[in-house]
Structure formats: structure tokens, C-alpha cells
Design a protein around this ligand. Structure first.
Ligand code: SF4
Length: 178
């Protein structure tokens, strides 16, 4: 599949913005992993898709090094005001559903793809971690920050903004394909 075909697919699956990714540009940063470990999002050590479940930064580097290219996707919404929680929730729902649909489509071509989202896996109300294996390994979404990726920089390196301007909110996620 060419980059143009990937972009067309992202649009078809409802994303507002997308860009091809050069995986060689991905930089794993200790500061980002440290911020993750500070657990402001409450997910650290809570799911299979967040640290420390999938190893240290060396392991993140090793996993990312298997990939050469990918696809970054974004969902963008204009909010009524800074307290438009309904709009934020709608955006999160739309983004998550579209991401899972595209995930399954891309998996047909790339069974070993890696799905990464901002904030990690939200598939189950309660993750099985650490007592039982993941319920849906083929739908699992790893945390970009958990891998040590600075999402703002990842977007910049792909040539698209992390944030689409005042009054809007953006969710970013990506697939590493091959
Ligand atoms: S799919 Fe469910 S069990 Fe697996 S990592 Fe995500 S939340 Fe946990």
C-alpha cells in the first residue's frame, strides 16, 4: 500500500488529519518515560499496554526498531468552550471507534503491526493486568508515552501539528506497519 493509499484509508475511516510516518525518526526519551512513571494519568502499572508491563526503554527501542514506516492519524474537534466535556467525550469515542476499525483493516495487510495511542489501551473497563493475559491482544493499543515517545514531536516529524488551534482538541495515535 502506498502512502497515498494509506492517507485515503485514514480519511475513509473518519480521521480528520493523517500523515505517513518514517519510523527511523522515532526517538525514545527517558524524560517522557519518567513523566509516565509519575502516573498523572493513573495508568502506570495498571494495564498490559503501559509501563512497566512491556519492559524498559531498551525494550521499547528494540520493538520500535523492527518498523520502518507507519501511519499517524488524528481526530480533531472544535469545542464550544474550554468546559465542553460533552464535545471532548464525543471526540474520544469517535477517535477510539475509528482507530479500532482501521486497526482491524490494516491488520489484514500487516498482521504484526503495532498500534500506539496517546494514553494507552482503553478497550476494557478493567484491564486483566497483571493476573491474567490480555483479553484482546489483537485490539490492544500501547501507550505512545509509555514507549518514551513525545507525541508533540512525533506529530512535528510527520509534518502535522499536535494541536490544531485555539478552541479545538486533537487526539493522535499511530500504527507502525512494517
Ligand atoms: S485489551 Fe483489555 S486486557 Fe488487553 S491491555 Fe487493553 S484493557 Fe488490558
Amino acid at each position: 500500500m502506498t502512502d497515498q493509499e494509506l492517507l485515503a484509508l485514514a480519511e475513509e475511516y473518519g480521521f480528520d488529519c493523517a500523515a505517513p510516518m518514517d519510523a527511523a525518526k522515532l526517538e525514545v526519551l527517558q524524560d517522557v518515560r519518567d513523566a509516565c512513571a509519575a502516573n498523572r494519568c493513573g495508568q502506570y502499572n495498571k494495564t498490559w499496554a503501559c509501563p512497566p508491563a512491556f519492559g524498559d526503554l531498551e525494550e521499547s527501542r528494540r520493538i520500535l526498531a523492527k518498523y520502518k514506516r507507519g501511519l499517524l492519524v488524528q481526530s480533531v474537534q472544535t469545542l464550544e468552550d474550554d468546559f465542553d466535556w460533552e464535545g471532548i467525550q464525543e471526540l474520544g469515542k469517535r477517535h477510539g471507534e475509528n482507530f479500532q476499525r482501521l486497526y482491524q483493516r490494516l491488520r489484514e495487510a500487516w498482521p504484526d503491526l503495532l498500534a500506539l495511542g496517546a494514553g494507552g489501551c482503553k478497550n476494557c473497563k478493567e484491564c486483566t493486568y497483571p493476573d491474567n493475559p490480555c483479553r484482546f491482544p489483537d485490539r490492544m493499543v500501547y501507550s505512545m508515552e509509555g514507549f518514551g515517545l513525545f507525541v508533540t514531536q512525533v506529530c512535528r516529524d510527520c509534518g502535522i501539528p499536535y494541536n490544531h488551534g485555539r478552541g479545538t482538541m486533537t487526539y493522535s495515535a499511530c500504527f507502525l506497519l512494517e
